[in-house]
Design a protein around this ligand. Structure first.
Ligand code: BTN
Length: 264
């Protein structure tokens, strides 16, 4: 890969107008197992909020529920940010909602793509997944010590393996054009910092409201696959804690904390 195509720290900071995110250390790997794993190590050693780990390629990119994240060299954004929010662990899902909104806003700001969010935090374009978020937290004495927020975004990914081809997409596939990853990463950092500031000053409600504007899920018929069961029904709402409220065909409401949603 040509150096000019890489997500180099010197290029990321150029024109970056954040105060904290990306302003601390940016650690760049040509290859690593998982940027979330690297960021957790750094956070365990005391790295401050705003520390960013990026990689050109991940050999064991982690997805939600123990899945892998397809991370071919130089194609996507594989980035993990260290946060040190003053919130109790049961509010940590807020970070994931906020990150999904930030990633969607960055895409809406810089592209013409029809970006939607699928509960809880998948970024879809034309019904296919373009980006995903994996938040991992560490707690200490009942509070969040740090959160590592990993963003995987398929930017210039030309094609996907057979098992995910039908469900995944990239900016390149959607537009036929390569997109500068650095511009997107910078905009994402800007949005993420602004939304985190908003969380601190105004609470979660305005963020959830924006999330609801950006989602297709509410009112839709869905199937939710969980480890031990599957529900089919209609999404009534997302409650103030980010829990999905599903009404089944008998009219019974279920509160769903986590699961895989298939839009029907
Ligand atoms: C999902 O399953 O939707 C979440 C995918 C998250 C992938 C990103 S890529 C950067 C960071 N490092 C990882 O190992 N995973 C996250």
């Amino acid at each position: 890969m040509n150096v000019s195509d890489m997500l180099l720290p010197s290029e990321i900071v150029e024109g970056l107008d954040t105060e904290v995110f990306g302003r601390k250390e940016i650690i760049h790997f040509r290859e690593t197992d998982s940027t979330n794993a690297r960021a957790r190590e750094l956070a365990d050693q005391g790295a401050p909020e705003g520390t960013l780990v990026v990689a050109e390629r991940q050999t064991q990119g982690r997805g939600r529920k123990g899945r892998t994240w397809f991370s071919p060299s130089g194609a996507g954004i594989y980035a993990s940010l260290i946060l040190r929010p003053s919130i109790p662990p049961n509010e940590a899902t807020r970070i994931t909602f906020l990150t999904a909104v930030s990633a969607a806003e960055a895409l809406l700001h810089l592209t013409d793509l029809n970006v939607r969010i699928k509960w809880p935090n998948d970024i879809l374009v034309n019904g296919r997944k373009l980006a995903g978020i994996l938040t991992e937290i560490s707690t200490e004495r009942g509070a969040v010590d740090y959160a590592v927020v990993g963003l995987g975004m398929n930017v210039n990914t030309p094609a996907f393996p057979d098992d995910i081809r039908e469900r995944a997409t990239s900016i390149l596939i959607e537009t036929g054009k390569r997109f500068p990853r650095t511009d997107l990463l910078r905009e994402y950092l800007r949005q993420q910092e602004a939304y985190l500031r908003r969380l601190r000053t105004s609470g979660f409600e305005p963020i959830l409201m924006r999330w609801k504007e950006l989602t297709d899920s509410i009112g839709r018929q869905i199937r939710v696959e969980m480890t031990d069961k599957t529900y089919v029904g209609w999404v009534e709402d997302i409650d103030p804690a980010g829990i999905l409220i599903l009404k089944d065909k008998e009219g019974v409401s279920h509160r769903i904390l986590s699961g895989d949603v298939v839009l029907l």
